[in-house]
Ligand binder design. Structure first.
Ligand code: NAP
Length: 182
């Protein structure tokens, strides 16, 4: 998702900074996908590295993960920033609210002071009617080489559970697809 969104951002002429886990994925994001920069969220000093990569702040943050990544992003958001809330993958295994101070008032205060817009969406419920248009546009970008994708094939339904657990541990490199049969 993030790889595709960032490439669409580049097609639209935006300055795009990716966030990915590990140096190999970050190199791929910049060298192959064409992002302007990519910051490793697993590396020490991640919040400072992210701050240095966005000297003019962040106008659009595409939220896929939540948690510590959002904590690093929040102070860097510009006035009138927009946040499409697509997913919160770092939180899916959580069984309780996190320890530590309640930061809800910090978030609400930031939304108020910076007049930010957050909007959650469920892609096919909200935008399914645009699928044909999407397929035409994305098809053209893919054939022109403007948008690239990477898939990781897992053979057999019996391997789906381990593939899914690994996905939630950030072990996938590209879209993980379970292939049922030839
Ligand atoms: N709203 C909707 O309709 C909709 C539809 C589909 C998916 N989603 C959501 O959109 C998000 C992206 O989906 P996807 O299909 O692109 O998934 P994906 O291909 O599995 O990618 C998820 C990426 O999340 C990163 N990640 C995992 N755990 C993390 C953590 N603790 N902290 C930071 N990053 C972490 C990993 O990045 P690295 O590999 O770089 O570590 C992983 O590659 C997910 O949250 C998913 O649930 C929403």
């Amino acid at each position: 998702m993030g790889a595709t969104v960032g490439q669409i951002g580049k097609v639209l002429g935006l300055h795009v900074v990716g966030i990915a886990g590990g140096p190999e994925k970050c190199s791929h994001v910049v060298d192959t996908l064409g992002f302007d920069a990519c910051i490793d969220y697993k590396a020490e000093g991640f919040p400072d590295a992210l701050k240095a990569a966005v000297p003019e702040g962040i106008d659009i943050y595409y939220e896929n993960v939540g948690g510590a990544v959002f904590d690093a992003v929040m102070p860097l958001l510009n006035t009138l920033a927009r946040i499409p809330v697509c997913g919160l993958i770092s939180q899916y295994n959580a069984t309780s609210l996190p320890d530590g101070p309640d930061r809800l008032s910090l978030l609400m205060g930031t939304i108020l002071r910076k007049r930010m817009t957050l909007r959650g969406f469920i892609v096919f419920d909200d935008f399914g009617h645009l699928y044909t248009e999407f397929a035409e546009q994305m098809g053209a970008w893919v054939s022109d080489g403007k948008v690239k994708y990477r898939e990781e094939m897992i053979q057999g339904l019996e391997r789906a559970p381990e593939a899914f657990i690994g996905l939630l541990e950030g072990e996938a490199f590209g879209k993980r697809v379970v292939k049922l049969r030839d």
